[in-house]
Design a protein around this ligand. Structure first.
Ligand code: SF4
Length: 352
C-alpha cells in the first residue's frame, strides 16, 4: 500500500499584527509579560518563526529562542516549574513529553501545523501496520500519538544523519512521515529505501523555482539558503540546505554580503541580530508583483503574540495534557534521537 493521498488542509487567515499599537503600549505589554513570567515561575521558549517581540522577550527573561528540539530540551533542563511554549501545538506536546511533571502552557492551542494535520494517528498507524518490515521515522512536526507509533523522531537538523545511519546498518527500509519534500531530499542524499507520506508545509511548498532563478541572476553575489521542506527545484538552487539553526549559522559564518532566504520569514529577526550589516532577501513565493499569496508567513505561528502570552499567564488556560500511555511511548523515539545527537556531538568534539 502506498501512503494515503494528501488530505485537504484548512489554512486560517494569518493574524494581522496590531499596527495601531504605540511604542509605549508595546513596552507596557512586554513589561507585564516579563513580570508574569517571574511571578508564575515560568520560562518562555519561542520558535525562530514567531513574532520578533516574543523572541526578544524570551531572550530578555532568561528563556530561549530555538528550533523545536532545542526548545523542548531547554524547557526540560530549566529549573522553572512552568514552560510557556510560543510556537505551534506539536512543540508544546514535545515539551510535555520530555517534561511530564511540569506545567506546559501555549499562547494559542489552535496554532497547529499543516504537516501535523496531514498525518492523522489512525491512518498513519494502519499504514505502518501494512509495512511491518519498515523502520518508522517521523519528523518532529507530528502529534504525540504519531510519535508514539514511531521508532525514531527526527528534526530537520539531524534527519539526514539518522536515516544515513539506518541505511548503513544493513540497508534498513524506512517509512518516512509526514513531509514529502524533506523525505524526498533525504532519500536523494542517502539512497535509502523510503516510503514517503504525502504531507507538506503550506509555507515552504510555495517557494517558486523560476522566481528564485531570476532573483539569483539579479544578485549573483548572494548566497541562497533553503530549508529542506521546500520543493526539489528550489532545493536544487541552494548554496546551503539546512535546518533553521543551520541557516542562521550560515548567515553568521559565511563571508558573503547578501543572502536569499527560503524559509519562514520570522527567522529574519535572529538573522539580522547575527549579521546586522548583511543584506537579507526573501525568496519569491506564489504571489505576483505587489500581491502575495503566502508571504512566507506561517498562519499558525502568527497566532502567537505577547497579548496571548499575558492572557495564558493570567488565567492558566491553554495547558497541554497528554495521555500518559501515549506519552510513555512517544518519549522512547524522542530520547533515541536525543541520545544519537549526544553521541554525535561527543564524536565531533572527540575529532576536533
Ligand atoms: S512553517 Fe510549515 S512546518 Fe512550520 S509550523 Fe508552519 S506549517 Fe508547520
Amino acid at each position: 500500500m502506498n501512503a494515503p493521498l494528501r488530505v485537504p488542509i484548512e489554512v486560517p487567515n494569518a493574524a494581522v499584527r496590531d499596527c495601531t499599537q504605540s511604542i509605549a503600549e508595546r513596552n507596557a505589554l512586554m513589561a507585564r509579560a516579563s513580570v508574569l513570567l517571574a511571578e508564575q515561575d515560568a520560562v518562555l521558549v519561542a520558535h525562530y518563526y514567531t513574532d520578533a517581540d516574543l523572541q526578544i522577550l524570551a531572550d530578555q527573561t532568561g528563556g530561549n529562542v530555538a528550533d523545536s528540539l532545542e526548545m523542548a530540551r531547554f524547557g526540560r533542563d530549566h529549573r522553572a516549574s512552568t514552560i510557556v511554549v510560543s510556537g505551534v501545538r506539536f512543540m508544546g506536546e514535545t515539551a510535555k513529553i520530555l517534561s511530564p511533571n511540569k506545567r506546559v502552557l501555549m499562547p494559542n492551542l489552535d496554532a497547529t501545523c499543516s504537516l501535523d494535520l496531514s498525518c492523522k494517528p489512525d491512518a498513519f498507524a494502519s499504514f505502518c501496520d501494512d509495512h511491518p518490515d519498515r523502520t518508522v521515522v517521523v519528523y518532529a512536526n507530528t502529534s504525540a500519538a504519531v510519535k508514539a507509533r514511531a521508532d525514531w523522531v527526527v528534526t530537520s537538523g539531524i534527519a539526514l544523519e539518522i536515516v544515513q545511519h539506518l541505511a548503513s546498518r544493513g540497508g534498513e527500509k524506512i517509512i518516512w512521515a509526514p513531509d514529502r519534500f524533506l523525505g524526498a531530499y533525504i532519500q536523494r542524499m542517502t539512497g535509502a529505501d523510503m516510503l514517503i507520506w504525502h504531507g507538506s508545509c503550506v509555507v515552504h511548498e510555495r517557494f517558486k523555482a523560476e522566481g528564485l532563478k531570476q532573483l539569483k541572476k539579479q544578485w549573483p553575489e548572494a548566497v541562497t539558503l533553503v530549508h529542506p521542506e521546500s520543493p526539489p527545484e528550489v532545493i536544487d538552487q541552494a548554496d546551503v540546505v539546512g535546518s533553521t539553526a543551520a541557516l542562521i549559522n550560515a548567515v553568521k559564518s559565511l563571508d558573503a554580503p547578501a543572502f536569499i532566504v527560503a524559509t519562514e520569514r520570522g527567522i529574519f529577526h535572529k538573522m539580522r541580530e547575527a549579521a546586522p550589516a548583511k543584506l537579507l532577501m526573501e525568496a519569491p513565493t506564489a504571489g505576483e508583483g505587489a500581491t502575495c499569496e503566502s508571504c512566507a508567513r506561517c498562519p499558525w505561528m502568527a497566532m502567537n503574540g505577547v497579548r496571548e502570552l499575558i492572557s495564558v499567564l493570567e488565567t492558566g488556560e491553554n495547558e497541554i495534557h497528554i495521555d500518559e500511555t501515549v506519552r510513555r511511548r512517544a518519549v522512547i523515539p524522542l530520547n533515541r534521537m536525543l541520545e544519537f545527537a549526544k553521541r554525535r556531538a561527543m564524536r565531533v568534539r572527540g575529532n576536533a
